[in-house]
Design a protein around this ligand. Structure first.
Ligand SMILES: [Zn+2]
Length: 264
């Protein structure tokens, strides 16, 4: 998903602060209570022409961004999280050293990127799957609940499992039988297994997320609601490139999405 201005248009670039303001204006991080800082996590060069987006600020993504001469990296999973020991050693030293040595900016947005009603992970996942949100549920209203988009025939549980595997390109784990077609569906990308009870309370017949933990298998069987664990990475690949491409387009910057595959 690259949005490149035509060859005739020189990319002038924008200041780091202008780019930060554009991301903040779209994603409104001040509205969220998050597990890490949203916004500019690592300061690099002051002028930005090219953004690389990706899911996680892993060493592989940072190296790939340096290879394509990105001035900024934009991710869903940044480097800093509540509960870390705060030491710059080992893998953290290696990632930071690469960013700092190459003067590359790192922008990270976690929950604001899940939640954005049009460009966020959940909105983009729903679009990919043919789902239409009718409302929100769960903590901080991060979960989406609704049904099939106009013109899409509702699926039964086994057909929905095949549809998810086809669209996301990987096998999934599904627990809990629902008889007949599924019409009310809740979804929340990534590690949102803790939202399952809220999804059930919101009347969902099926819940789609990235990961499953032990308790949800029992809840799915006992409540007669299907749980689909489709992969944390696989369900969170869509928000970062959608937001970065949109903002790059507005500011006349070059954008490239780099997917570092992850089986989890
Ligand atoms: Zn995540």
């Amino acid at each position: 998903m690259a949005s490149e201005p035509s060859r005739a248009t020189p990319v002038l670039g924008v200041g780091r602060g202008v780019l930060l303001q554009a991301f903040n204006a779209m994603l409104q991080p001040e509205r969220f209570k998050d597990y890490g800082p949203n916004g500019l996590q690592v300061e690099g060069r002051p002028q930005i022409c090219k953004i690389v987006s990706g899911v996680t600020a892993s060493r592989a993504l940072i190296e790939a961004a340096i290879d394509v001469q990105a001035d900024a990296v934009f991710v869903h999973h940044g480097l800093f999280w509540r509960g870390q020991d705060g030491c710059v050693t080992g893998w953290m030293k290696q990632r930071l050293a690469l960013l700092l040595a190459h003067d590359v900016n790192l922008f990270a947005y976690h929950l604001p990127l899940d939640a954005h009603p049009q460009w966020g992970n959940n909105a983009q996942l729903g679009r990919l799957l043919g789902l239409q949100a009718a409302g929100r549920f769960g903590e901080q209203d991060l979960g989406f609940v609704g049904g099939w988009a106009d013109g899409i025939e509702p699926l039964t549980q086994p057909a929905l499992a095949r549809h998810l595997e086809n669209r996301l390109g990987r096998p999934l784990v599904s627990v809990g039988q629902v008889h007949g077609v599924i019409r009310r569906i809740a979804w929340c990308s990534g590690g949102a297994q803790g939202y399952f009870e809220a999804a059930i309370a919101a009347g969902a017949q099926a819940f789609i997320t990235g990961e499953i933990s032990e308790p949800q298998a029992h809840l799915a069987r006992e409540c007669g609601v299907s749980f689909f664990a489709c992969g944390h990475h696989a369900t969170e690949r869509f928000g970062a490139p959608a937001v970065a491409s949109q903002v790059a387009g507005e500011l006349g910057l070059v954008h490239e999405f780099i997917d570092i595959s992850n089986p989890a």
